[in-house]
Design a protein around this ligand. Structure first.
Ligand code: PLP
Length: 442
């Protein structure tokens, strides 16, 4: 069902083609626990394999439960197609492998999730794909790093620990001059940011976080914006312009628009080559779990953000807090990006530097009673973590410094509890952890 007004609250429930299950009229999306699908006849089977017709073949590559989720996510983002995969890590891996091969490079923001840094710096380099890092505080840094082998720009909308909103249009505009697509990880900002509207060609999600939203499912998605011409510069995007020996010599950039009538070459290629070969499919059970979360994501994001804004005000006035890190708490230029790219909320991730450094950070985490101490974001529950000893512990000192993690940094992910209860818990933990560590009161 399409809606005239494009409201995320409605799309998250009704988006995509699904009204009720065609076989049973079930209103809830059924979990299709099947590996395979009977072909109508040999011609039908041949057509499906030759991509002359689209339909179900095998659940590693497509599944009707996942299909509803994919259509809904694409609709929510304003994209043309999407592909769900086993995790957010798979989504970022696929996003790069779909455009780059050995000998190529991508230019990535330095502000990234720690797992993405490991993937880029260690695993992709072993596959022969170089990742060049650019500081996003100045978008021109992306342009400076380009050469003939650059296949994509990569960034995160709202990356922790710095929580500086990515200059989406600025970097996308640079990329478009060179036919380089911007791939953006929007995990921390669903609904409040729509990167495709600002020029991103591909959006990547860890569905594990806010979209599923309850800390119960691991999943990922890639969204094809349908707004990038993969054939404009064949040398720039060889994987879309040269015959693919693994698929009977098909040229993806040309064949997909001809077959589908839509600019969805990115999504189709990722599905029928990478998912076929690497096999990291999202299980239909997990797709069902994500669909339940997705239905309330717009409401939850609003409440997460409202609570976080109140927490920021509280923390800014607390004597034990040296500094509050939040999307709107930067210099004017960086804070203005939050205004430009985030709507109806500024995110639910909040960083704090405690006056007592690493010891105060540890004591604070241990003193929290309601907040969970976990390596996750985007749960209904409020969460806290000390990145230097956990999520970012596999980074070396240089990588750690570049990522902005200081020893005393604590990341809070503000949940959906009543704001008074959230602040009570922070208050008692700050009191207990700050004895003797208070900053001078100005
Ligand atoms: N991207 C971001 C911004 C993340 O925070 C995470 C996980 O924390 C990922 C990607 C990876 O997602 P997953 O844990 O679903 O593999």
């Amino acid at each position: 069902m399409s809606t005239k007004r494009n409201n995320p609250e409605t799309i998250a429930i009704h988006g995509g083609d699904y009204r009720s299950d065609p076989a049973t009229n079930s209103v809830a999306v059924p979990i299709y626990r099947t590996t395979s699908y009977q072909f109508n006849n040999t011609e039908h089977a041949a057509n499906l394999f030759a991509l002359k017709e689209f339909g179900n073949i095998y659940t590693r590559i497509m599944n009707p439960t996942n299909d509803v989720l994919e259509k809904r996510i694409a609709a929510l983002e304003g994209g043309l197609a999407s592909l769900t995969v086993a995790s957010g890590q798979t989504a970022s891996t696929f996003a790069i492998l779909n455009v780059a091969q050995a000998g190529d490079n991508i230019v990535s923001s330095t502000d990234l999730y720690g797992g993405t840094v490991s993937l880029f710096t260690h695993t992709l380099s072993k596959l022969g794909i170089e990742v060049r890092y650019a500081d996003p505080s100045d978008p021109k840094n992306f342009e400076k790093a380009i050469d003939d082998k650059t296949r994509a720009f990569y960034g995160e909308t709202l990356p922790n620990p710095y929580l500086r909103v990515f200059p989406i249009k600025e970097v996308s505009d640079i990329g478009r001059k060179y036919n380089i697509p911007l791939i953006l990880d929007n995990t921390a900002a669903p609904v409040i940011c729509k990167p495709i509207e600002h020029g991103a060609a591909v959006v990547v999600y860890s569905l594990t976080k806010y979209i599923a939203g309850h800390g119960t499912v691991v999943g990922g998605a890639l969204v094809d914006g349908g707004n990038f011409d993969w054939t404009a510069d064949p040398k720039r995007q060889p994987l879309f312009n040269e015959p693919d020996a693994s698929y009977g010599g098909v040229v993806w950039g040309k064949a997909v628009p001809e077959l589908t009538g839509a600019n969805v070459a990115f999504a189709v290629r990722a599905r029928v080559t990478l998912l076929r070969d690497l096999g990291s499919a999202l299980s239909p059970d997990n797709a069902f779990g994500v669909i339940q979360g997705l239905e309330t994501v717009a409401l939850r994001m609003k409440q997460h953000c409202d609570n976080a804004a109140k927490v920021v005000e509280y923390l800014k006035n607390h004597k034990a807090v040296e500094r509050v890190i939040y999307s709107t708490e930067h210099n004017e230029e960086i804070s203005s990006r939050a205004k430009k790219y985030l709507k109806n909320g500024n995110g639910a991730l909040v960083g704090i530097e405690l006056a007592g450094g690493i010891e105060a950070g540890k004591k604070f985490i241990e003193a929290l009673k309601m907040f969970y101490h976990v390596a996750n974001i985007g749960d209904a529950r409020s969460l806290a973590i000390h990145p230097a000893t956990t999520t970012h512990s596999q980074l070396n000192d240089d990588e750690l410094a570049a990522s902005g993690v200081t020893p005393g940094y604590v990341r809070l992910c503000i949940g959906l509890e009543h704001i008074d209860d959230i602040i009570d818990d922070l208050d008692q933990a700050l009191d207990r952890s700050s004895k003797g560590n208070l900053k001078a009161v100005s």
